[in-house]
Design a protein around this ligand. Sequence first.
Ligand code: ADP
Ligand code: GLC
Length: 482
Amino acid sequence: MNVLFVTSEVYPLIKTGGLADVSASLPRALLQQNQDVRILVPAYQSLLAKLDKVREIAQTQHYGYTVRILQTTLPSTRVKVLLVDCPALFDRPGNPYLDSTGVEWHDNALRFALLCQVAVDVALNRLAFDWAVDVVHCNDWQSALVPALLSRFEQRPATVFTIHNLAYQGLYPKQTFINLGLPAELWTMHGVEYHDYFSFIKGGLNYADRLNTVSPQYAAEIQTEQFGFGLQDLLLHRSSELSGILNGIDTEVWNPGRDTYLHQKYNTRSLDKKVLNKLALQKQFALTEDSEVPLIGLISRLVEQKGLDLILDSMPELLKMPLQLIFLGSGEALYQAELKKLALAHPDSVAVHIGYDEALSHQMEAACDLYLMPSLFEPCGLNQLYSLRYGTIPLVTAVGGLADSVVSYTDESRANHTATGFVLNSASAASLVEAVALALEVYAQKETWRQLQLNAMQQDFSWQASSQEYLRLYQQAVLDTE
Ligand code: ADP
Ligand code: GLC
């Protein structure tokens, strides 16, 4: 199949979160199954700076801009990448969504509408690439207008829309819809209108032939008021075309046996060496150097979703326990400030690095004993999967992909060697404290802990199974349009 994969970020060229990881590893897995997948992504400034081999293959015009389509491949792969090069909109410092001071770009609606228009050009083979697209796979609100725009054509490829996070919807005033010159017929509640606002994400939710999200549990959750962010009725209505496919991970990028970022590589047979990573990190962050003390890590966008409030509320209790904590993240100013305060007050046991740091994220996965992920909701979550693979036991809430990927420690799951982590009874600070206390108890039983680590490391979260589910989804979408 010829698949156009439209996304706003892709690792290692540009990344703010899990979408980038999936946008690289899923196409790669599909390529290994001989599917012709090409990724379409904006040519952001920092992305272009990472590439030396790009070639122009076409030009188009939208919103008064000349747009060049550049072609390259994802570093160290054969996956083709098409870059939407429109310097006026994308050649800027900062990240894909925010300027360097953390404020949303004022023209995000225009920037991503342009991405969608170019995707439509490619999908309809208007640019003479000689490549007939079978399926356009769109991801999150930034590419959600593509199914809406394509729906107006008799002859068009099938469309699939993946919800990576329903909390981000691309909501703008009606005037933005008008300014973008979008077809008036899309302005209905069954189109892109949402309580008189213009909703990008509804373009995907209403018009894509097939919808999916990134775990089975989240697919069920978003059809309820608690997790539906106001879109639950629409999702319920499309229930029969909505599925959940658990994300896979790139097992080459995340492999403790080969990870070149690590101070000390290790695998299930040399698990004893994992602790050298802890000692190195303790030293680097001037924590008390102690191989025995349990080290708990968190690597995250610092936003409400990730349970930062639970963590902060449980701190007074956690800090009474014999443990160390290390946080890596960036995001909301309040969380950044609170975490920094903690590290200042407890320099021997709490370390904080505010910012984005790829190398440190790998080093932390290897160094920590426990990984903290008490999210309020979590479409899939990748860090708990990376943690499992690194023998770093996740502590999670029972939501979305966390519930689908972590088996809670109980007497039974301990006995039959299926336990892989600790699941909170509820999303509360009290449950978090309780779960950490239990984890420390188990940590003290060396044999049991070792078995827990081995259970975790032996899980298969490669794309093997999930990429085949995507292929079936593409096939269904194609059948829908025939
Ligand atoms: P989300 O996409 O909601 O942020 P995921 O768990 O799916 O959550 O993916 C987050 C990805 O971003 C992981 O690969 C994680 O390691 C990475 N990440 C998040 N924050 C940072 C950071 N500050 N430095 C390095 N990597 C980070
Ligand atoms: C989103 C979700 C996260 C998911 C990622 C990749 O950012 O918040 O749970 O793992 O997308 O699908």
